[in-house]
Design a protein around this ligand. Structure first.
Ligand code: C2E
Ligand code: CA
Ligand code: CA
Length: 704
């Protein structure tokens, strides 16, 4: 069956929410569209009861009762509750699947508000997917069957093609309705789909594929000509899968007899949120520049907002959307009428500037940096953003749109690497730094095979006494060719495969080396905190292995502390709780890292054996911007103490931060104001130079 090679996560690219719940309503599976709809991370949804997400429990209960009594599918209008408390109008269909004595409910949710907003009359939202009972009973028997059945009964066209040859590998049977040829015909003639694209849109589609970077998803609208000559407008959301070498897409027909083709044309080339030209339009604009004026010169600036994901994660997409609208307004205002601006992707914008002399371009890039200096106020909360900008010149730096964008992206990445909030011009020496997923993966492998990984240590200071309590071990990968690769990028790539486990082992080993060396120099107790990712924590013998290793190296367990993020713990609370209890009983301390940025259930928190809450630096850095962060910090500090935990603040960059935190009983402090992360040799040097304690030197800041 074709579907065997299909990535299971294809369900995550569906625009509709898909859920599977058991007979008690506990969510066993939820795709990303549903997570996004309700504003919770997927890992948190699993295990939650669907009832907690419903605005009206009775309607759902009635619906389930009917489905159970009549044994068939039922559609109902249901309102869901978003995490931020807003109500989402939805339609769902519920179907019961029974296999042996297991009962599962399969829930398919369409977000009406979203559909209405984006597509208005373009889609008929009442047309729900009808699932056949006997088809769905196969859901439980095998994952492949499950996928095939789901894909087969959905009215969006789902497909994937080879990323090199663009030949079709799979398409579901919805293709027939839109294209007019059968699924079989498409699967036999693997380039048939390309021939159906409207000749005027072919180069657009081609360019789209050429510039879709591995690991990213984007949307495109284009026309096809059916075999009966009818023209249809399609919208495709396409993902470039980084490891399977596939483009995976979901295509819907957005043609409507009612709608004006002008409006569709506008939608095809504009981003519905900001009304700015989209990627497709940018490509056309670039092609125009290349084609119609051979002597044309221009500058392309690619902006990527810094840490925008944090805002989306903590404040919800609605706030994120408002910020993007305001940001785009400011960019357009700065760029002026004569320069072209586009929204390139989620939080990425492109400006095409007619100026090409370096001074004016730098002046302009500076203006763009400056527009973020004024806070954005959304729902009475002030947000302080910044942006990193990559700059390329045409024709010097690249001669086609693909390379222009690739090089701008490379330069932008350099700006991020150098500390964000700045612009950088592309230079050929950066060419190696193409930061796609596979590239980083290769660097991680280099790091492991050539023992390049190293730990830096950042002191943690006790607020009351100003004495050194311990260190956080932070991973560094100084790559001979690439310089320092940011650890969060390394970790996010390594977490997709088992490299993270090897990295984790290396970190534990080097942290223990450090503890042993330091114990020879220092009589007082201290700890070294290591960061542990979800995948490590969920290994069966995680706690046992750590305790065993410490024992093997004769290190008392109190010298080690483990930092875990809330989401890592919540991903599987049962396993996490067993592992953490075992660690704590063994004497290893536990801190909950990045506290405040994820989902926290205080009920869970109180039950877990956690010693320390570590307030995320995104609250500390802008501590004095607006009032809310100071309130949050005070509240977390109180909460921790009520729960019998200590509290640590990271990202202490200024004296004012330091003073405020001490005043508010934050127990432990960490940040550049006190000391940057340093290599092991530097820390040891400080000790050998007879500075055994952290000593505050108020006039100069603090040193160890
Ligand atoms: P984290 O665990 O939240 O680590 C704290 C980060 O804050 C570190 O970034 C540190 O250098 C930075 N930092 C410390 N003081 C200040 C300050 O005053 N201002 C600012 N702006 N930043 C400060 P770093 O070293 O880049 O690490 C980033 C993230 O990468 C870490 O965030 C952690 O999530 C991950 N990471 C680092 N090492 C490891 C590791 O060994 N294993 C795992 N699983 N993750 C790691
Ligand atoms: Ca940490
Ligand atoms: Ca942290």
């Amino acid at each position: 069956m074709q579907i065997e090679t299909a990535p299971y996560d294809i369900l995550n690219y569906l625009p509709e929410g898909i859920l599977m719940v058991d007979e008690r309503g506990v969510i066993l599976f939820a795709n990303e569209a549903f997570s996004e709809m309700v504003g919770y991370e997927n890992s948190i949804l699993l295990g939650l009861n669907i009832l907690s997400l419903l605005a009206d429990i009775d309607v759902f209960a009635e619906c389930i009762a009917k489905v159970m009594a009549e044994g068939k599918s039922l559609d109902a209008n249901t309102d869901f509750l978003h995490r931020d408390g807003t109500i989402i109008k939805g339609i769902k269909s519920v179907r019961m699947i029974q296999n042996n004595d297991q009962i599962r409910f399969f829930v398919n949710v369409r977000n009406l508000s979203e559909i209405n907003r984006l597509n208005k009359e373009l889609r008929d939202s009442k047309e729900l997917i009808e699932y056949q009972a006997n088809e769905l009973s196969a859901l439980l028997s095998s994952k492949n069957n499950e996928l095939e059945e789901i894909l087969g009964s959905i009215d969006e066209v789902i497909w994937y093609i080879d990323n090199k040859t663009l030949s079709l590998q799979y398409v579901n049977n919805a293709v027939e309705e839109i294209f007019g040829f059968t699924q079989e015909k498409f699967l036999t003639d693997k380039s048939l789909w390309q021939e159906q694209i409207h000749p005027d849109d072919r180069s657009l589609v081609k360019m789209f594929f050429e510039t879709l970077i591995a690991g990213q998803s984007h949307e495109i609208r284009f026309r096809i000509i059916r075999h009966d000559g009818e023209i249809r407008w399609l919208n495709s959301r396409i993902h470039h899968h980084p490891t399977l070498h596939l483009f995976i897409g979901i295509t819907t027909d957005v043609t409507s007899t009612k709608s004006q083709s002008d409006e569709i044309a506008f939608l095809a080339y504009h981003d519905p949120l900001t009304q700015l030209p989209n990627r497709a339009k940018l490509k056309l604009q670039l092609e125009n520049y290349f084609e119609y004026s051979a002597s044309s010169k221009f500058t392309l600036l690619l902006l990527d907002l810094d840490n925008f994901k944090n805002i989306n994660d903590t404040m919800g997409h609605e706030t994120g959307d408002k910020i993007l609208i305001e940001v785009s307004r400011r960019i357009v205002e700065t760029a002026g009428k004569n320069n072209f601006c586009a929204r390139f992707g989620g939080d990425e914008f492109v400006v095409l500037l007619h100026d090409t002399d370096i001074e004016s371009v730098d002046l302009f890039a500076n203006e763009l940096i400056q527009i973020f200096k004024t806070s954005l106020t959304i729902n009475e909360i002030d947000f302080f953003l910044s942006t990193s900008i990559g700059i390329v010149f045409y024709p010097q730096d690249a001669s086609n749109s693909e390379d222009l964008i690739k090089h701008a992206d490379t330069a932008m990445y350099e700006a991020k690497k150098k500390g964000k909030n700045q612009f950088i011009h592309y230079h050929t020496s950066m060419q190696h730094a193409i930061h796609n997923f596979l590239h980083i993966e290769a660097l991680v492998r280099d790091g492991l095979s050539q023992n390049l990984f190293e730990l830096y240590f950042q002191p943690l200071i006790e607020g009351k006494t100003l004495l050194l309590e311990g260190y956080e071990a932070l991973l560094r990968l100084p790559h001979p060719k690439e310089g320092f690769i940011p650890p969060d990028i390394i970790i996010s790539v390594a977490e997709t495969n088992s490299d993270i486990l090897l990295i984790g082992k290396e970190v534990l080993k080097q942290a223990c080396d450090f503890i042993i060396t330091l114990r020879e120099l220092r009589q007082e107790p201290f700890f070294v905190a290591i960061n542990v990712s979800a995948k490590q924590l969920h290994q069966e013998h995680f706690a046992r292995d750590i305790l065993h290793y410490l024992n093997e190296r004769s290190i008392p367990t109190s010298f080690l502390k483990v930092e875990l993020t809330e989401s890592a713990v919540m991903e599987n609370i049962d396993i996490a709780s067993i592992q953490l209890t075992q660690l704590k009983e063994g004497g290893v301390r536990i801190a909950l890292d990045d506290f405040g940025t994820g989902y926290s259930s205080f009920a869970y928190l109180a039950q877990l054996p956690i010693n320390t809450l570590k307030i995320d630096k995104s609250f500390i850095l802008p501590l004095f911007e607006g009032n809310s962060n100071r309130h949050i910090v005070k509240a977390i500090s109180n909460l921790a103490h009520v729960l019998g935990m200590s509290v640590t603040a990271e990202g202490v960059e200024e004296k004012e931060h330091f003073d405020f935190l001490i005043e508010n009983q934050v127990d432990t402090l960490q940040g550049y104001y006190l000391c940057h992360p340093l290599p092991k040799t530097e820390i040891l040097k400080k000790f050998k130079n007879s500075a055994p304690y952290f000593t505050p030197v108020p006039s100069l800041g603090y040193t160890i």
